[in-house]
Design a protein around this ligand. Structure first.
Ligand code: SF4
Length: 342
């Protein structure tokens, strides 16, 4: 990955923007001690956080941390990134690969779970480590890391005319620099039967500077119909700067959807879910999915019972227009689609 360092007054604005988001990645908090110190949390959080972080390291951009309330260990944004002792006692149903994605790998970096669509693991890195992530144990080191290494996956896409949509996922595909992302997107656009490209990313939420002019040019610069699926779980994640970045995507005519995960201690309340939907629709972003938590090892403490989730979504309908209520879904290993719960 190309790293741009430093920033001077003489560099063009677009290069400065690239430097900004890459600098934000470089300066992200990686140590549980620093996270706990910055949030002024009691010392009792230290030992379990250090232990749980050995399994899945801490990674939290400063910009995201600034949106948390210091001194509050229950802050809904902090809960998403703080390793807890609860991670150390996995539940009975927990799995390292809860969706059995290993069996969906067609060739390194290419997964096909559903008809007509295929998913490229475009990057192994993320801009944040979400403790509940269903891919927290994914073998990213086996996925391709360069355009040359993606060729077998791209060839498989080209050889299968039943596919008309490609998802870029990861990790987070927007951790790729724009030149690399643009080259990959151009190759996909060169496959005649692919009509749509969907990018699953949390970067516009956690580091809004990632919505650079180059990124917008890449997204608009080929014939594919483009969807960007962002991931925010709580209204406090969407501040003014995030709103500006999302609007920049929307202003290009790109469809922007949000998916959230229903998480105990984060958004398992009517206020949080309704607030999130309102924030999204006020910007023009569609609340698309609310996922039931996958049974990934180390995250069972985030689980909200389905009966409670169903009730929450039912009540959301009494407070929001229909288009603002996300589909509440669960993914089952080997299923031919996601299952709609409500
Ligand atoms: S950004 Fe997405 S892929 Fe990365 S850790 Fe969070 S949920 Fe997982």
């Amino acid at each position: 990955m190309q790293i741009v360092t430093g920033k001077t007054d003489s560099v063009p604005a677009s290069v400065a923007a690239t430097a900004d988001w890459q600098q934000a990645l470089k300066s992200a908090v990686r140590e549980p001690d620093e996270l706990i110190d910055r949030l002024q949390l009691p010392a009792r959080y230290l030992a379990p956080a250090r232990q749980a972080a050995r399994e899945f390291p801490v990674f939290a951009p400063l910009d995201f941390i600034r949106r948390m309330e210091p001194g509050n260990p229950h802050d809904p944004l902090l809960r998403q990134v703080l390793p807890l002792d609860l991670e150390l006692s996995p539940g009975e149903k927990d799995r390292k690969d809860p969706l059995e994605e290993a069996s969906a790998i067609q060739t390194p970096g290419l997964l096909q779970k559903y008809a007509g669509r295929a998913l490229l693991i475009a990057a192994g890195a993320c801009a944040i480590h979400c403790r509940y992530c269903f891919r927290r144990h994914f073998p990213y080191q086996e996925a391709p890391r360069s355009l040359a290494a993606w060729q077998p996956a791209l060839q498989m896409l080209a050889d299968d005319p039943s596919l008309d949509e490609v998802l870029l996922s990861g990790g987070d595909p927007l951790t790729l620099v724009d030149s690399q992302l643009g080259a990959l997107m151009s190759q996909i656009a060169g496959i005649e039967h692919i009509c749509r490209l969907r990018i699953h990313t949390r970067l516009p939420i956690v580091i809004p500077e990632r919505v650079t002019d180059e990124l917008l040019a890449n997204l608009k610069g080929n014939r594919l119909t483009m969807f960007v699926v962002v991931h925010a779980n709580h209204p406090a994640e969407i501040d003014d700067r995030v709103g500006v970045g999302l609007r920049r995507l929307l202003d290009q005519g790109i469809t922007v959807l949000n998916q959230a995960v229903l998480l105990k201690g984060v958004n398992d309340s009517l206020d949080a879910l309704v607030g999130l939907s309102r924030q999204l629709i006020n910007l023009g972003v569609v609340p698309y999915y609310l996922h039931q938590l996958d049974h990934v090892a180390g995250a069972s403490h985030f689980e909200v019972p389905v009966s409670q989730g169903r009730q929450l979504v039912k009540t959301m309908r009494e407070h929001l227009p229909g288009y603002a209520v996300p589909r509440y879904v669960v993914e089952k290993p080997g299923g031919s689609s996601k299952e709609v719960i409500s």
